[in-house]
Unconditional design. Sequence first.
Length: 318
Amino acid sequence: MALKNLLALVVLLGLVGVSVSVLDLDFYRHKCPDAEAIVRKITIQYVSHRPSLAAALLRMHFHDCFVRGCDASLLLKSANKDAERDAGPNLSVRGYEVVDAAKAALEKKCPGVVSCADVVALVARDAVIVIRGPWWPVPLGRRDGLISRASEANLPSPFLPIDALKKTFADKGLNTKDLVVLSGAHTIGISSCALVNVRIYNFTGNGDFDPSMNPSYVRALKKRCKPTDVGKSVDMDPGSVKKFDTHYFKAVAQKKGLFVSDSALLNDFETKSYIESQVGNAESSFNKDFSDSMVKLGMIEVLTGTNGEIRKKCAFVN
């Protein structure tokens, strides 16, 4: 009932580009009743051995949905290296092998039935569950896109200020609360020194660091990231990267956000208020809020009915 109420609310609010009414929690009940169980089994096998895949698969879902909607266009390969996955922001996306393994298992059981887009949505949810993060319902029935262009991969940049971030999310039908809640996924994320070095070594071109950052955090980052480091990884939630919790919001409140886009959340009344509400709150609403926002994310500009196709292999159109 809660999901139905959420879907009705989404319709009333006019969520951009979403075909809500044709996604269904029981979409595969007759044609592939074991679909979710198959995907969950494969996801558990991979993520239990490599827990860092949880953040990677969650990020994959986000990156896919923000470009042409949740249509698995991110998974398509191009001989000319000009597909979405070849765009700069997507070169560090990983976890394709999990989706491919789940899809292969589904094709053996129910050939030509379950879309890659639905698999991406399911593995993201199930991967988070493996690391004891929140569960959310995943309505199904998405179809796979036929087009994938690197030039269209205009994803939210980690260097964006708050107004630009809000607009980027609003363009996809996500509101300011969704922005701050989904940013909370950084609680399990990692990035690279390449994306933070300018911020800590030469922010204005005068050998300085971003003044919006906690000086003690800058010193810690400099120990991890030397000026010439580009490949070394760095935690996005210092001190709690292996646990899906509200610690990220505490870090941001202490001016320890890794990216400009993290720190920018303190520059808006609504996002700052949400952060403050989660810090030190024994009855945090974050898990429920995250679940609600993930349902909305998974419905962005979905293809349904006779649009798109059901790919046999996720990396190639049929």
